[in-house]
Design a protein around this ligand. Structure first.
Ligand code: ADP
Length: 262
């Protein structure tokens, strides 16, 4: 990221562990969705979470920032909150987790009655209590970076899906999180709009943002991820370098999955 960019990740020491999740468990009724998930993410690292539909990927992602409350396990940020889901978890602990990461949703989740600019500054101004003028300045720089400054006064419905998702990404960046979480960011898009969103994410990866990305785009995962984690049935079946997991998997379940999608 250049020195003129407004929203660098708050701390930039590549290599050290930023996020550590251990033993995450979650059931919805009798459906045990996460059986004991461990995940470690280092600063500047891109982790792609892949696997069949229903394997628990989104639930892991949402657990990392307290949108979902696991039944057990821990989520800890270096120098930040450490939440043990085995006991009672306070709203304060959940919001501390949220303070360290920002989510980009599959369906963009923009406020429909607010302009692009208002969508982007909502979190910085209302939640982080930053000065409005400063938030606007940051937002405009970020929008410019993804080629959407001229759309700042338009409403989400006036934008294409790809443009809306780029606003979704800018909205997450504007929070200056340590960690960016992407939940199938391109799966709601028409095929011709996927590339523009993947390009933005790829640029962020090159700028050493720390990211966990749930995706079905295996070719993309192979290109940008430092580590691929393959989940099936609520467990991590296999993890490792993208070339190993996606091209030469050890496990039969992984092999079947990648053969279908690559
Ligand atoms: P993936 O992201 O791999 O497709 P999810 O984490 O979305 O998997 O879902 C895993 C399982 O948990 C699915 O069977 C899904 O139906 C179930 N599930 C997810 N969220 C809820 C919920 N809020 N209530 C009940 N079941 C849920």
């Amino acid at each position: 990221m250049s020195s003129t960019d407004p929203a660098p990740a708050r701390t930039q020491t590549p290599g050290e562990v930023l996020l550590s999740a251990t033993g995450l468990q979650k059931s919805f009724g009798s459906n045990m969705v996460l059986r004991s998930i461990d995940l470690t993410v280092c600063r500047g690292e891109v982790v792609a979470l892949v696997g069949p539909s229903g394997s628990g990927k989104t639930t892991v992602l949402r657990s990392l920032n307290g949108l979902e409350v696991p039944d057990g396990g821990t989520v800890a940020f270096a120098g930040g909150p450490s939440v043990n889901f085995g006991g009672t978890v306070s709203g304060r602990e959940l919001s501390a987790l949220r303070d360290h990461s920002a989510m980009v949703f599959q369906q963009y989740n923009l406020f429909p009655h607010r302009t692009v600019l208002e969508n982007v500054i909502e979190g910085p101004v209302q939640v982080q209590r930053r000065r409005r003028a400063e938030a606007v300045q940051d937002a405009e720089k970020l929008l410019d970076r993804v080629g959407l400054l001229e759309k700042k006064d338009q409403y989400p419905f006036e934008l294409s899906g790809g443009q809306q998702q780029r606003v979704g990404i800018v909205r997450a960046l504007a929070l200056r999180p340590d960690l960016l979480l992407f939940d199938e960011p391109t799966s709601a898009l028409d095929p011709e709009l996927v590339g523009e969103v993947l390009k933005v994410i790829k640029d962020l990866a090159e700028e050493d943002w720390t990211m966990v990305i749930v995706t079905h785009e295996l070719a993309f995962a192979r290109e940008v991820a430092d580590e691929v984690v393959f989940m099936d049935g609520g467990v991590v079946v296999e993890r490792g370098h993208p070339d190993q997991v996606l091209r030469n998997p050890e496990h039969e379940r992984t092999r079947r999955f990648v053969q279908r999608l690559l």
